[in-house]
Design a protein around this ligand. Structure first.
Ligand code: PLP
Length: 372
């Protein structure tokens, strides 16, 4: 198998598995119990908390663990609207956000909140003037992703936060695909991240909150996480996330150089028949979303089952619907269906990437010969 689906999830780093093992095998204490074992688990979770906050890299604030980034985004959006006054019942977001943001907003629309979904250009980027015109004194929250999960483009989050703040609104940044890869700029009040996108375990995410920006709790119960997110924490998952974050920070330069090398090798291997979706310059280079005129990408995927790649987000891939992100950058249904997403990173070798691209190209040519 060749794994080229790093935006869907990433391989667990060996260091992460090793750090988690004692907390799965022997150390089973409840981290919220006052016993010595419990206190040891709680102290270990606090180290992990600092490691994740350190990888996010924003000053001050606090960080609460959640069950996923999906939960963190739901909490940030719904909890912020709950805290906002009756004069602020609007959300401004982008049409290219992850389903966790779009569907949370859609749910709030059912509760009477007004949501503006801004368009993006053919490069996948939002126009700041359009944003400025949409954000007003009734806006409670502006939500924008830093690195897009489908096409890898990098939104101008610092400027977006500035525009939100100028109108007295809060800014939420989905940094799930950015963590450890692209610096998270100063400005967001809330930042959602996920462990399994940075070589950590699945089933844990986190929400970083600027001081005094904490959303109202979504999950009630035992009052864990400073009363903001109830539920017993898993020391194993927290330790795994912490170690993944430490590694991401320590190896950020090496990872970036490796990914840049892979990107250059991929571009050299692709023939002129392939076009890149989204901005080529303002992007994370471990995401290569490409299309080829007339390609049946679903068939390509089934012809090459030993290459893990995808048609868009893992969620969209199962639905058979063309990706909302590719539609938002102006592709027709036909062009969206002629697109595939290759995602690579720390453990991808140049040889396997070039081999996979050669086989993808050959399978696409075979389709064309068959159609002719
Ligand atoms: N946001 C983005 C940009 C993502 O890529 C994902 C994962 O697909 C999520 C949010 C949701 O993360 P999780 O899998 O932790 O719920």
């Amino acid at each position: 198998m060749i794994y080229l689906d790093y935006q869907a999830t990433t391989p667990v780093a060996p260091e992460v598995a090793a750090a988690m093992r004692p907390w799965i095998e022997d150390k089973f204490a409840n981290p919220h119990s006052p016993s010595r074992w419990g206190r040891e688990a709680a102290a270990t979770i606090d180290v992990a908390r600092q490691q994740v906050a350190g990888a996010i890299g924003l000053p001050g604030g606090s960080l609460a663990f959640t069950g996923s980034a999906t939960e963190a985004l739901n909490w940030a959006i719904k909890g912020t609207l709950e805290r906002a006054g009756p004069e602020r019942r609007r959300i401004v977001t982008l049409g290219t956000e992850h389903a966790a943001v779009l569907d949370s907003c859609a749910w709030l629309e059912g509760q009477g909140v007004e949501v503006t979904y801004l368009p993006v250009g053919s490069d996948g980027l939002v126009e700041l003037e359009t944003l400025r015109a949409a954000v007003d004194g009734q806006t409670a929250l502006v939500a924008a992703m830093l690195v897009n999960n489908e096409i890898g483009v990098i939104q101008p989050v610092e400027e977006i936060a500035r525009i939100a703040h100028a109108a007295g609104a809060m800014m939420l940044c989905d940094a799930v695909q950015a963590l450890g890869r692209v610096d998270i700029p100063a400005g967001p009040d809330l930042v959602a991240v996920s462990a399994h996108k940075i070589h950590g375990p699945k089933g844990i995410g986190a929400l970083w909150m600027r001081d005094c920006a904490e959303p109202a709790p979504l999950i009630h119960g035992g009052g864990q996480e400073q009363g903001l997110r109830s539920g017993t924490l898993s020391p194993a998952l927290c330790v795994g996330f912490g170690e993944a974050a430490r590694l991401a920070r320590d190896s950020a330069q090496d990872d970036a150089a490796h990914v840049a090398g892979l990107w250059n090798a991929a571009l050299k291997s692709l023939g002129p028949e392939w076009a890149i979706n989204g901005s080529v310059d303002r992007r994370y280079q471990g995401n290569l979303n490409i299309r080829r005129e007339g390609l049946d990408s679903a068939r390509l995927l089934s012809d090459l089952r030993d290459i893990c790649m995808s048609l868009g987000s893992a969620c969209a891939s199962g639905s058979g619907r063309p990706s909302h992100v590719l539609r938002a950058i102006g592709l027709s249904d036909r062009d969206a269906r002629a697109s595939i997403r290759l995602g690579f990173g720390r453990y991808t070798t140049e040889a396997e990437l070039v081999d996979a691209i050669g086989r993808i190209d050959e399978a696409a040519r075979a389709q064309e010969r068959f159609a002719a």
